[in-house]
Ligand binder design. Structure first.
Ligand SMILES: Cc1cc2nc3c(=O)[nH]c(=O)nc-3n(C[C@H](O)[C@H](O)[C@H](O)COP(=O)(O)OP(=O)(O)OC[C@H]3O[C@@H](n4cnc5c(N)ncnc54)[C@H](O)[C@@H]3O)c2cc1C
Length: 335
């Protein structure tokens, strides 16, 4: 560790500058603690990687953090508005955010953690912190299908925008919101879309205003759907499905496997935080304070619900910062 790093110790280092991480830093700062945020990507890196023209499911006030109003002319804001809002919040609170710095390893203990990171050029850096809040989300790790051909470049686990797929044969795998939204967007912009879902119909979690749209496109044959079906093989020019009627091979240019994402459990365990294997791998923490089994390490946001990634969103995860700040205050870590 450099002399500079040894001299500077922050009260709370937050890993992950998504909406939850920002809320954690803001609440701690408002309670009088010094903070530092570290994110391996840009500010709100997950939101940045959402579909370019996405609309949130949530009304703007439910995405607010730090008591800052989120005004939008739309009933539900879009990705650009949300990114703008969180930039303004970060600016307003003068948050110290180290972007493009990945947390690799943590040493030390409560009151004196040493956080090892690497920057964009893999250069090592260190920070010291009395306490840590981990809000690393779930969007970096796709749930892979583990089928032959998944490694081909034409297979994507993130959907961004439709234009590059105009006039092409595209398979979308999945039955929830991401798959429904991508299938509709691709179809509306000229792709020939086939939806493949292992369930008997689109999932009941699909938002009530999206469900009739996708169901009607399928009913009209505009989007071809295979339910109770799986993709068993992907090759350069086609895909093979296992359907109730037997195997089907379709010509194919691109595949979007939108089968969900999961938290980096290995990273959480490397911090010494235990996972409750009997409870969907929820990290062990006190629900009142969010302090984990490792004293001084707090968990926040979607990771608190383990594999149940549809339980905590921005709407409810944004309040985790207040719980953590209250506990910091109770333990009076500030110098
Ligand atoms: C398409 C889509 C639409 C959605 N719409 C809504 C909605 O309308 N309303 C709603 O409430 N929720 C919505 N959600 C869910 C919501 O976006 C997530 O639940 C939310 O982003 C979780 O916030 P978070 O701060 O916990 O994690 P994230 O926003 O994922 O932030 C985690 C951050 O941690 C960083 N990170 C990870 N590992 C490291 C590391 N080792 N070192 C440094 N940094 C690291 C990542 O780069 C990332 O920036 C939607 C999700 C999707 C995919």
């Amino acid at each position: 560790m450099s002399d500079d790093a040894a001299a500077n110790i922050v009260d709370l280092l937050v890993v992950g500058a998504g909406p939850t991480g920002l809320a954690c830093a803001i609440e701690a700062q408002r309670a009088g603690f010094s903070t530092l945020l570290v994110d391996k990507g840009c500010l709100c890196n997950s939101l940045f990687h959402y579909p370019a023209h996405m609309t949130f499911f949530t009304t703007p006030e439910l995405l607010e953090i730090g008591n800052m109003p989120f005004s939008s002319p739309n009933q539900k804001p879009n990705r650009n508005e949300a990114l703008e809002y969180y930039r303004k919040v970060a600016e307003h609170y003068r948050l110290d955010i180290h972007q493009y710095e990945t947390v690799e390893k943590v040493e030390g203990s409560d009151g004196n953690f040493i956080v090892h990171t690497t920057d964009r050029f893999a250069r090592p850096l260190t920070h010291r912190a009395r306490k840590l809040a981990i809000s690393t989300g779930y969007y970096d790790l796709p749930n892979y299908l583990d089928i032959p051909g998944e490694e081909l470049h034409k297979v994507r686990h993130y959907y961004h925008e439709p234009h590059p797929f105009y006039g092409l044969d595209v398979v979308v795998i999945g039955g929830k919101n991401s798959a429904a939204i991508a299938a509709l967007d691709l179809w509306r912009h000229g792709a020939r879309v086939t939806l493949v879902h292992r369930g008997p119909a689109m999932h009941h979690h699909v938002k009530y205003w999206i469900l009739p749209d996708i169901n009607n496109r399928v009913k009209n044959g505009e989007i071809k759907a295979y339910f109770n079906s799986t993709v068993s093989n992907i090759s350069e020019d086609d895909v093979t499905l296992q359907t109730p009627e037997g195997p089907v091979t379709l010509p194919n240019h691109f595949v979007f496997a939108l089968t969900g994402y999961h938290p980096d459990f290995e990273f959480i365990e490397r911090l010494g935080v235990k996972l409750d294997e009997g409870n969907d791998r929820c990290p062990v923490c006190d629900p009142a304070t969010l302090e984990s089994n490792v004293p001084g390490i707090y968990l926040a946001g979607v990771i608190v619900a383990g594999e149940r990634t549809n339980e905590i969103f921005i709407e409810n995860g944004r309040f985790h910062g207040q719980l953590i700040a209250e506990d910091l205050r109770a333990k009076r870590v500030a110098v």
